[in-house]
Each structure stands twice: as structure tokens, then as C-alpha cells.
Design a protein around this ligand. Structure first.
Ligand SMILES: Nc1nc2c(c(=O)[nH]1)N[C@H]1C(S)=C(S)[C@@H](COP(=O)(O)OP(=O)(O)OC[C@H]3O[C@@H](n4cnc5c(=O)[nH]c(N)nc54)[C@H](O)[C@@H]3O)O[C@H]1N2
Ligand SMILES: Nc1nc2c(c(=O)[nH]1)N[C@H]1C(S)=C(S)[C@@H](COP(=O)(O)OP(=O)(O)OC[C@H]3O[C@@H](n4cnc5c(=O)[nH]c(N)nc54)[C@H](O)[C@@H]3O)O[C@H]1N2
Ligand SMILES: [Mo]
Length: 838
């Protein structure tokens, strides 16, 4: 204890969620300030604290960066912030150390005689610009594509969207958000006519039932899991429903856990809807006032009895009924949806059925009653808003000529300049065009497709094509950068200033704390430099991109967002330097932001304002505007039904296991950051393969055995972890690529590699075009009996061993202790002295 405040140092590798601060329903979540400073650094050594927010998941945990002698030396959570009230997850606390890694890119690289060699910025940019100009003069704008991220800043995406769509005039601009939250966006468009998260994280404080569909929130948004844990320990705790085939921490704390066969979400949801409707747990007044399509749904799920779904999903009918009872009798229901739905079979169809559950129960727009079609990446929301993900900026409808004309007015260009003759090209299609040869230049920023896209042998061969000129903008020489023609070294979080928006529409400003290494430059500066060198003009001959720094870019975006659902006009950098992040829309009528959407009915579904006219949930066929007008003339929410179809790739004698892939708490994606952080990397240092005790027993396999997982695409090897995963299923984390493996190791070497995406399939949801990372058929075989070493899987998470104590528990090495301080009653939020931007 430290004076009036509770203070504790916690090994946050062993105890990732830290100490509890229980609270009761409808109360405010108590604050807890988490601080982590490098070994040997005390609070008195910190010269400045610089405002930031986390960039390692979609939570947007607000924090300050500690600076000493021009270097980062630690972080602390921001107590005043609505999102985390001072808390940090393990990646938040330790992740900043990756910035200082000695192998950061410090100079541009260009390929000469087959080798990447250092060059100056002029040389590198001249190459990119001359190639762009040659292609524009030759095959035209359709030969140039941009593949960006969910990890840049709003200002960067907006600039990229303007220069790609109105400068180059290409149709080929998408983000890795296609792999991540394309289904979230699509499901919101299908149900509400427009993207935009309906709910708020504060709904966790008020809900009596929280249902998580394919969402391992404990590991992927650990700070909101702390919030749920605090409620579970407080008065009037919520009951949880978990739909996930793995024994996640969420599953362990659930009132009802359904572990369906992968790829059967639609069957399960249709049965849940069937039961809720049968039991009469629906709000007919709300349905009548705010929705269209209920009768169609009622008909579609009429025969979807729990017994029917039980056979398909391999879940007990009684458990489905118990889940339906929980959902149907909730007084305030909060649902969250993530990759177990978005990356699984019938992704959009399933995500929309969760929306339907809320629409038929009238569970929307009130504290605790909400849907979170969750995001994954920290800035995926901005990729979508700014139009860097395939849609037009500001959630404008590419099929609505008035929306296109309005965007052309904002940019002062002719509407015909903005390509809108067909649906924007999605990422998987861009790679197909590159494979076929019509796409000749691909500029990849802040994503590592050589590890993260499905079927890696194919992706490697596309990226290696002589005919394709690839530009890679990254912090490190990633697996993708190694295949590039030009590598541009970027500055990142903490080294640049900008804003980004989390999964519940909270906008944060994150400021530059230290200088980037060497000649690395902020992504915004790189895009601005390109626009200047290309000489992009508006229709009056003035520069198309008229801004010059983050704040002027933000002001430009505000003009583009004006009057749109994601209205930023009430925000400013100054305002965002106040206590907490702020939720959009924020404008004259909502100067402090907007906690929940749709509190007074549905607002963006009218045919004249909607972002999309919708698609068929089974085939993905787009509806015409006339169909939408006749279906939804008054702009209500749309209840859209979908029939269940079996997954495309089914198990057989040769490939008897369902393979699914995903995440662990301690690593982020392709590990370019977390793999360079000692505490995090030690907690999950290498790939592993999860299997049930029953399956392992049948194959004579034990913990630590080296096994090979193969599918029709390829294979990987890893050590076995025997867990409580549903029998018949195998799980592999997708974090592990080849940047830190010895030469000769990997798919082209003597042994198969370790990347999960060696095995995944080139296939996507017909509606959202999001690839299927969660359903494939695989064979498992023993390569080598274990040598007594356990698999490198953490024990604190979903990969916990089936037999407790079978392997040593995951814990930190003494450098992983985070200071947790709970302010005493009446203490104001302690934000300390914040250094301004430099
Ligand atoms: N620690 C950590 N946190 C992260 C990230 C990270 O890399 N590491 N990445 C961030 C990003 S970009 C994202 S997108 C999110 C993702 O966050 P999550 O979606 O929570 O994570 P995943 O592990 O991809 O998948 C979630 C669960 O889906 C289940 N699942 C698999 N197949 C099915 C199925 O057919 N049906 C159902 N119902 N469930 C299924 C898996 O068992 C898994 O537990 O995490 C974000 N946060
Ligand atoms: N099998 C399987 N595959 C998956 C998934 C899965 O569950 N299973 N999940 C998918 C999902 S949801 C996602 S989001 C993707 C993630 O896939 P990727 O986006 O490929 O993964 P990251 O490792 O985050 O790659 C981001 C890259 O950007 C760089 N970077 C970071 N910050 C900056 C910056 O400020 N500027 C620049 N220029 N570069 C920066 C990093 O060094 C890194 O190389 O993976 C997808 N792939
Ligand atoms: Mo993601």
C-alpha cells in the first residue's frame, strides 16, 4: 500500500488481467492506473509524459508514454479516459519496447541486381514516381493498386484515399481490414443501411447478459475483459454466453458455453432465433416501428429447431435451449461478434443474425442493450471511414450519384475522376489481378501479407513476380519487405502524431514522443511527398492534397465527414487533448460526442442516405436501388434471413480434422512488434498445435510431440498442446512467420514451415469478401516424439493444458511487473503533467 491508494506490483505475464476492482451493475467502472517503467527507471526519472493510445488491438486503451533523454522508457494508463480508466493490457504495457529494436529500418532500400540496397529518399521516391507515371501513361490507373492497413492513422488513410481515388484514379485500394473487419462493416450495412458501431463499451456496465460470438475478448481485448471480470466479481453480475469451440477464459466464466463445429454459426444462430421467437421473447412494437423483414425471418427459421442445429453444430439441443433462454429473457442484452464469425463460413450471414437477435428483441440504443460488431485492428474504423478499405470516404454510397457528386465537391474534382463504375476492388481480387498480370504496381503499407494472407506459397509467388513492382512501407524488413522492389522505412506510434478511432467510435489523439530512427519518416509524410512529386491537381489546377501535416490533414477530413454518420466536425486536436477520448459523431448537435447510435430509431438506412443497397446473404448478389427502395422506403432497420449451408471444405478420411487459426494474448499478428519485446515473446516464443485429449489419445500423441499439420495447400510443424478444445478440431496460432527463424528453415527449406497460412484456403465470404481463416480440413501426423519439453503455448489462456499442472505455468522473469494503483475514494483522475507535442 502506498499512502491513501491501493498499490500493487503484479507480474502481468502470469496475471495478465491484474487485480480486481469489483463494481455493481449500473455503477461506473472504478479507475486503476497501471504503470510500467523500464528496469532501473523511477517516476522521478521521467522527463515528459506524452499522450497516446494503444495500437495493438481495437480497444484504444489511452496511455501516456514516458520519455527520458529522447527515448521511451515506459507507459502508464490514462485514468480519465472512458475506455480503460487507467488500465493497460500486457501488450500495452510492454509493447513500446519494439520501437527501440536495433533492426528497425533506417533508410530506404531499392532492388539493384536482385538485392535490396540502401538508397536515399530521393532515389527511392523517384523510382516509385517514375514507375507510377509510366504505368499511368501506358496501361492506365487500373494497373496500380494500394494495399494498406488497419494500423495507420486517420490522417494517413484519408490522404491515401484522396491520392489513390482522385489522384491516380484507381479502383484498387483496400486495407488488410478486408481480412479483419470487412464483415463487421458489411453486417452493419446489411442491417442498418450504413457502417457505424451501434453500441458502446459502457454497455458492459449495464448489461445483465453479455453474449460473445466467436470472440476471445480475454486475449484480444484484455482491458474490456478486466471490465467484465470486475462486473463478475461485483453486485448483480452479468451472465455470459460464449460461442466458441475453444476453452477460452470467456468460456470458463460463462453461464452457457456452446462449442460448435467450426463453420456452423448460421445453423446455431437460426436455432437461437427460432427459440426466441417461439418463446415469444420478442418486442412486436419495436419490430413494427423500426424494422422491415420480420416475417421473412420468422418463416426462414420456422424449422430450425434446436434438435436440427444440434446435429449440424454438434452441440446439445438442451444447451442451445439454455442459450436461447438466456438471450430471450435478458433485460439488457449486449452482444459482441468477432473473428470466430467474421473469418468463418457464412460470415456476414451469421453476423447479421446477431443483429437480428437485437432487432427482434428491441435491444438497441439503450444502456446495456447493444451490439458490438467488433473491430480487431486499432485503426480499422478509420480505414473504413476514410475510404481506404474499398468504400468511399464518409460512408458514401458508390452507387448513389449524389454521394459521388458530394465527394467530388469536397475534393473539387469532376465526379467522373472518382472511379465508381463497379464495386471497389477487394484485397483478394487485387492479388488475383497481380497474379494475372493486369495489376503491375502494388504499394503495400503497414501490413505483412507474406504471413497474413491465406495460402502463402501463392502469395509469395505473386509478390516475387518480375512483372509486379512492389513498394513496401514498414518498420522492419518483414517477410513481405524482403520480396519488395522498394522498401520505405516508416516512423510509427510514438514517433508520429495523428488520431485513430477504436471499436466503439472513441477517437484518440496520439502524439509524437520521440524521434524516429535514422531516415524513417511518418507514413503521412511519405504519402504527402508522393502526392507532391506526382503533381496531383484538382479541377482548378490547385494541389489536390492541400494539407501538409497531421493537424491540417485532420481538418481536411473534418470537411469530408461533415453531415455524414461519422461526423468529426465537433472535434479538434485541442479538444482531444482534454481528459478522455471522444466518440463520433461529434458535431454542433452533439459537441461531447455520441455514446450510442440509434437511440431514437434508425437514422442512416433511408434509400437516399444509406451506404449500401444490400446484398443477398447467401450468394452475395447485390440488390439494385429499386429493390432497396421498395423493400425499405422509410429507412428502417433490415431484418435479413439466411439459410445455413455446409462449409465448402469438409473433413474426410484423408483430412479428418477441422483446422482453425487465431491468436494468443501475448503476440500481435505477425509478431513484428511483440516478437521484439522480451516479456511478450518469452511467454509465447514459437508456434504450437492444439488438440483435444481424446484425439491425441486416439493418435497416440502427447504434449510436446512435434506434429505436422497438412491441408491441400501446404503444411506446418509445431509441438502439440493437449487442451480442452472440442474434439475433432485443431487450432494453430497464426503469429509465426520466418523473419526470426534460421536460414534454411521454412517452406522452401528442408522442413515445412511454421506459418498457419501455409495451410489456409483461398476462399472468402461472398458478401463481405473476407477470407476464411477459420475453416479448413487438415491431417495430423507425428514427426518426432517429444523430448520432455512442453509445447511453447501459454498456460494462462485458451491454450491452457487439459491436465492442470501438466506443464510449468507461464510467468514473467521479474521484468514483467506492472504497478497497479487504485485511487482512493474522492481522488481525482491523476493525469500528471503532460508534455506537449514537440
Ligand atoms: N493478443 C492479441 N490481441 C489482438 C490481436 C492479436 O494479434 N493478438 N489482434 C487484433 C485483431 S486485428 C483482431 S481481428 C482481433 C481478433 O480477436 P478474436 O476474434 O477474439 O480472436 P481470434 O483468435 O482470431 O478468434 C476468436 C475465436 O474464434 C473461435 N472460432 C474459430 N472458428 C469458429 C467458428 O466457426 N465459430 C465460432 N463461434 N467461433 C470460432 C476461435 O476458437 C477463437 O477463440 O484481436 C485483436 N487483438
Ligand atoms: N491464419 C490466419 N491469418 C490471419 C488471421 C487469422 O486469424 N488467422 N487474422 C487476419 C487479421 S484479422 C488481420 S488484422 C491480419 C493482420 O495481418 P498483418 O497486417 O499482415 O499483420 P501485422 O503483423 O500487424 O502487420 C503489420 C505490419 O505493419 C508494420 N507497421 C506497424 N506499424 C506501422 C506504421 O506505423 N507504419 C508502417 N508503415 N508500418 C507499420 C508492422 O511492422 C508489420 O509488418 O492477419 C489476418 N490473417
Ligand atoms: Mo484483425
Amino acid at each position: 500500500m502506498d499512502g491513501q491508494r491501493g498499490a500493487r506490483r503484479v507480474d502481468r505475464i502470469a496475471e495478465p488481467w491484474g487485480s480486481r476492482t469489483p463494481y455493481g451493475r449500473h455503477q461506473a467502472w472504478p479507475a486503476r492506473q497501471d504503470t510500467y517503467l523500464a528496469e532501473g527507471v523511477g517516476p522521478e526519472d521521467v522527463e515528459r509524459w506524452v499522450r497516446a493510445a494503444s495500437i495493438l488491438h481495437s480497444d484504444g486503451d489511452a496511455m501516456d508514454i514516458a520519455v527520458r533523454d529522447g527515448a521511451m522508457v515506459g507507459v502508464r494508463g490514462r485514468v480519465a479516459d472512458r475506455v480503460n480508466r487507467g488500465r493497460l493490457g500486457p501488450k500495452d504495457a510492454f509493447g513500446w519496447q519494439a520501437n527501440g529494436s536495433r533492426d528497425r529500418l533506417t533508410t530506404p532500400l531499392v532492388r539493384r541486381d536482385g538485392r535490396l540496397t540502401p538508397a536515399d529518399w530521393d532515389t527511392a521516391m523517384d523510382l516509385v514516381v517514375s514507375r507510377s507515371q509510366d504505368l499511368l501513361a501506358g496501361p492506365g490507373p487500373g494497373s496500380i493498386g494500394f494495399y494498406t492497413s488497419g494500423q495507420l492513422y486517420l490522417e494517413e488513410y484519408y490522404t491515401l484515399a484522396v491520392l489513390a481515388r482522385a489522384g491516380i484514379g484507381t479502383h484498387h485500394l483496400d486495407g488488410n481490414t478486408r481480412l479483419c473487419t470487412a464483415t463487421a462493416a458489411e453486417a452493419l450495412k446489411e442491417s442498418f443501411g450504413c457502417d457505424g458501431q451501434p453500441g458502446s463499451f459502457d454497455d458492459i456496465d449495464h448489461a445483465d447478459v453479455i453474449a460473445l460470438f466467436g470472440h476471445n475478448i480475454a486475449e484480444t481485448q484484455p482491458v474490456q475483459w478486466m471490465r467484465i471480470l470486475d462486473r463478475l466479481d461485483g453486485a448483480d453480475p452479468p451472465r455470459l454466453l460464449c460461442v466458441d469451440p475453444r476453452p477460452t477464459q470467456v468460456a470458463r466464466r460463462s453461464a452457457v458455453h456452446l462449442a460448435p463445429r467450426a463453420g456452423t454459426n448460421v445453423a446455431l444462430l437460426n436455432a437461437l432465433l427460432h427459440e426466441v421467437i417461439r418463446a415469444g421473447h420478442i418486442d412486436r412494437d419495436w419490430i413494427g416501428a423500426h424494422t422491415v423483414g420480420f416475417e421473412e425471418l420468422e418463416k426462414a427459421v420456422k424449422d430450425c429447431h434446436p434438435r436440427w442445429a444440434a446435429g449440424i453444430c454438434d452441440v446439445r439441443a438442451a444447451d442451445i435451449m439454455a442459450a436461447a433462454e438466456l438471450l430471450g429473457t435478458a433485460d439488457r442484452l449486449l452482444s459482441t461478434v468477432l473473428q470466430g464469425v467474421y473469418q468463418s463460413h457464412q460470415a456476414t450471414a451469421a453476423a447479421v443474425q446477431v443483429n437480428n437477435l437485437h432487432l427482434i428483441r428491441g435491444m438497441l440504443g439503450r444502456p446495456g442493450a447493444g451490439v458490438l460488431q467488433m473491430n480487431g485492428q486499432p485503426t480499422a474504423e478509420n480505414t473504413r471511414e476514410c475510404g481506404a478499405d474499398g468504400d468511399l470516404p464518409g460512408f458514401r454510397n458508390w452507387e448513389n450519384e449524389e454521394h459521388v457528386a458530394d465527394l467530388a465537391r469536397v475534393w473539387n474534382v469532376d465526379p467522373s475522376t472518382i472511379p465508381h463504375y463497379a464495386p471497389p476492388t477487394h484485397a483478394m481480387q487485387m492479388f488475383r489481378y497481380a497474379e494475372q498480370g493486369s495489376l503491375r504496381m502494388l504499394w503495400i503499407s503497414a501490413t505483412n501479407p507474406a504471413v497474413s494472407l491465406p495460402e502463402l506459397s501463392r502469395i509469395r509467388s505473386i509478390l516475387s513476380r518480375q512483372q509486379l513492382f512492389t513498394v513496401v512501407q514498414d518498420l522492419y524488413l518483414t517477410e513481405t519487405a524482403q520480396l519488395a522492389d522498394v522498401v520505405l522505412p516508416a516512423a510509427t506510434w510514438g514517433e508520429k502524431t495523428g488520431t485513430f478511432t477504436n471499436a466503439d467510435r472513441t477517437v484518440h489523439l496520439s502524439e509524437r514522443a520521440v524521434d524516429p530512427p535514422g531516415a524513417a519518416r511518418p507514413d503521412l509524410d511519405i504519402f504527402l511527398d508522393y502526392a507532391r512529386r506526382m503533381g496531383f491537381r484538382d479541377k482548378d489546377g490547385a494541389p489536390l492534397v492541400s494539407w501538409h501535416d497531421p493537424e491540417s490533414a485532420f481538418e481536411a477530413w473534418k470537411r469530408c465527414s461533415a453531415g455524414r454518420p461519422c461526423d468529426y466536425t465537433g472535434l479538434s486536436y485541442e479538444k482531444l487533448r482534454g481528459g478522455s477520448g471522444i466518440q463520433w459523431p461529434c458535431n454542433e448537435s452533439a459537441p461531447e460526442g455520441t455514446e450510442r447510435l440509434y437511440t431514437d430509431g434508425i437514422s442512416w438506412a433511408h434509400p437516399d442516405v444509406c451506404e449500401s443497397y444490400g446484398k443477398d446473404l447467401v450468394t452475395g448478389a447485390a440488390a439494385a436501388v429499386v429493390e432497396y427502395r421498395s423493400l425499405n422506403p422509410d429507412g428502417k432497420a433490415l431484418i435479413r434471413a439466411a439459410e445455413y449451408l455446409p462449409p465448402h471444405e469438409t473433413t474426410d478420411a484423408g483430412h479428418p480434422f477441422q483446422l482453425t487459426t487465431g491468436r494468443t494474448l501475448y503476440q500481435f499478428h505477425t509478431r513484428t512488434k511483440t516478437g521484439r519485446v522480451p516479456q511478450l515473446n518469452a511467454a509465447a516464443p514459437d508456434v504450437w498445435v492444439e488438440m483435444s485429449a481424446a484425439d491425441a489419445g486416439a493418435l497416440g500423441l502427447d504434449e510436446g510431440d512435434v506434429v505436422q499439420v497438412s491441408t491441400a495447400r501446404g503444411a506446418l510443424r509445431g509441438r502439440l498442446r493437449v487442451t480442452d478444445i472440442r474434439p475433432g478440431m485443431v487450432f494453430v496460432p497464426f503469429h509465426y512467420g520466418y523473419w526470426d527463424t534460421p536460414a534454411g528453415f521454412g517452406p522452401d527449406g528442408a522442413v515445412p514451415g511454421r506459418a498457419a497460412n501455409e495451410t489456409t484456403v483461398t476462399d472468402w465470404d461472398p458478401v463481405s469478401k473476407q477470407p476464411l481463416f477459420k475453416t479448413a480440413a487438415a491431417a495430423i501426423r507425428l514427426v518426432e516424439k517429444g523430448d520432455g519439453r512442453p509445447s511453447p503455448a501459454p498456460t494462462t489462456t485458451a491454450s491452457a493444458p487439459a491436465r492442470p499442472g501438466a506443464v510449468p505455468a507461464t510467468r514473467g522473469d521479474g521484468t514483467a511487473r506492472v504497478l497497479e494503483q487504485t485511487p482512493a475514494e474522492g481522488d481525482g483522475p491523476d493525469d500528471g503533467s503532460l508534455g506537449g507535442p514537440r
